[in-house]
Design a protein around this ligand. Structure first.
Ligand SMILES: [Zn+2]
Length: 127
């Protein structure tokens, strides 16, 4: 990968990182609200659960982004952590913080079980 390509990815990752840090810091949806109304209670519980799930994903993504930035510094960015093959440029463009090529990602997803779902796909859809 050329230096200018690396710089491009670094800019994308740093921008995304700043955005996420802001999001995670500003999140106040997890505050526990007590309501006398049973319907409200259910509503709040659902909102809280959603907020926690989002926070979970955002923290995960943030961790991946930080790891990617570290790999840029170390010169191992764009190389699959699992099989050490180059990750395809198309995949990197869609998910610059990925640590795995598409083949290994599928193995990782499967080994994490169904609850993890297809995290990368979710990220792309959410972007
Ligand atoms: Zn791989």
């Amino acid at each position: 990968m050329t230096k200018s390509e690396l710089n491009k990815y670094r800019n994308v990752l740093e921008a995304k990182q700043a955005e996420l840090v802001r999001l995670v810091r500003n999140r106040d949806g997890i505050a526990i609200e007590k309501s006398p109304d049973a319907f409200d209670e259910v509503q709040h519980a659902a909102e809280r659960e959603l907020a926690i799930r989002n926070l979970d994903r955002e923290s995960n993504l943030l961790r991946n982004i930080r790891a990617s930035l570290r790999r840029i510094e170390e010169g191992s960015f764009g190389v699959c952590l699992h099989c050490e093959e180059d990750i395809s440029p198309k995949r990197l463009a869609a998910v610059p913080w990925t640590a795995f090529c598409i083949r290994c990602q599928e193995i990782v997803d499967r080994s994490q079980g169904d609850s993890a779902g297809n995290f990368d796909e979710w990220l792309v859809n959410a972007a």
